[in-house]
Design a protein around this ligand. Structure first.
Ligand SMILES: *Cc1c(COP(=O)(O)O)cnc(C)c1O
Length: 377
């Protein structure tokens, strides 16, 4: 046994976040206002989009994106099964049915364009793609399919602040892109999220839906810019707030440096694991500028994953699984799903190892050493 703990993820808050939050507290305006607007502008500049709306979390972002695109009862939305359950839960909130697609291969764990094609029916209205671990989906192929079949594309970019395809940031390819600022994501405000829309009309709809379908927000009324409001749609309370916006602004400034640190640690893992049998890192061919959100590995066929996780735990090493396929969950058993061979294999053999910007290189050596001891070489 040992007494050290190597965590899967960690936050990089310091005196700068503390100062930013204190300033907001002392300003005595806490709900969505000018700090949120400033953050939206700064995040928009970073990803190169004028239409960014901060919201309470990425799940709310996905829900609002789908409603703003008119998805409802009786529609079908194609999503990967190999993702966090929020992706498909958001579809169900609208009354539409999620239809599960497979991932590309044992090396590329993003949604397969061929699988999407095979699942299209006359009820299909949209596709949600997930940039797994920050690795971009094949957006060129996906946008071509969408155009051909008149489908909307929503990008779940929860893992991807700091991931580009060429010079275009992920989340800006489809009709809407959704980001998460949850505590274990690359930039965090505790809870939080953002939607990027690809045009003004969708953006305006989302702004109203985020706050009860009202035509003005409290900030404007408080400051005498507006005296009345109308309610024009069935909206929600999915607002962001100033404390989170203050945190997110500081985290955005740190994002590139933190992602570079993730990239270095990712490369070090790749080096050390190169000659270890029974453990391989996917996306071997990707040299893109990406966020390196996760350090996922594929275990060998005969490894007992749960037993391995328990052993790693006893060495003080936290591990996880991203993700158990959604179609296996009890609450999804009633959904008819086509065979998803790659999802079954990867879902059964994926293991997530610790990765964050402050992870010490000697801790990576220790993790790899323990993996070697647990997996017969
Ligand atoms: C974290 C995550 C979400 C949900 O984000 P929240 O901000 O926690 O609602 C959605 N999709 C994926 C792929 C995620 O990893």
């Amino acid at each position: 046994m040992n007494n050290q703990n190597i965590y899967l993820s960690d936050i990089t808050y310091d005196a700068e976040e503390e100062k930013a939050v204190l300033e907001v507290l002392r300003s005595r305006w806490l709900t969505m206002g000018e700090v949120t607007k400033t953050f939206e502008k700064e995040f928009g500049d970073y990803i190169d989009s004028p239409h960014v709306m901060a919201v309470s979390n990425c799940t709310a972002a996905l829900h609002l994106a789908l409603i703003a695109l008119g998805i409802s009862d009786g529609d079908e939305v194609i999503v990967p099964s190999f993702t966090f359950v929020a992706t498909s839960n958001a579809v169900r909130y609208t009354g539409a049915a999620p239809v599960f697609a497979d991932i590309k291969s044992l090396d590329d764990w993003t949604i397969s364009p061929d699988s999407i094609r095979q699942l299209i029916t006359n009820r299909t209205r949209a596709v949600i793609v997930v940039h797994y671990g920050g690795y971009p989906c094949d957006m060129q192929a996906i946008m071509d399919i969408a155009k051909e079949h008149n489908l909307y594309v929503v990008e779940d970019a929860a893992h991807g602040p700091g991931s580009w395809i060429g010079s275009r940031h992920i989340g800006t390819w489809g009709d809407a892109g959704c980001f998460s600022f949850f505590s274990n994501k690359n930039m965090t405000s505790g809870e939080g999220g953002a939607i990027v829309a690809n045009n003004e009309e969708i953006a305006e709809r989302i702004k109203k839906l985020r706050s009860h379908g009202m035509t003005t927000v409290s900030w404007d009324r408080h400051h005498g810019h507006a005296y009345q409001y109308d309610v024009v749609s069935l909206g929600y309370n999915y607002r962001f707030d100033e404390l989170r916006a203050a945190l997110a602004r500081v985290q955005l400034k740190k994002l590139d440096l933190n992602n570079r640190k993730r990239a270095e640690r990712h490369a070090y893992y790749r080096d050390l694991l190169r000659n270890v049998s029974g453990v391989s890192i996917p996306f071997a061919q990707r040299g893109d500028k990406v966020s390196y959100h996760l350090l996922s590995v594929l275990l060998g066929e005969n490894t007992d994953r749960l037993d391995l996780m328990k052993k790693m735990r006893s060495f003080g090493i936290q591990t996880s699984v991203h993700y158990p396929p959604i179609h296996h969950f009890s609450n999804y058993r009633d959904i008819k799903t086509a065979p998803l061979p790659n999802t079954e294999i990867v879902g059964g053999r994926e293991l997530t190892l610790p990765l964050h910007p402050m992870l010490a290189l000697k801790d990576i050596e220790y993790v790899v050493q323990k993996l070697k001891e647990c997996i017969p070489q």
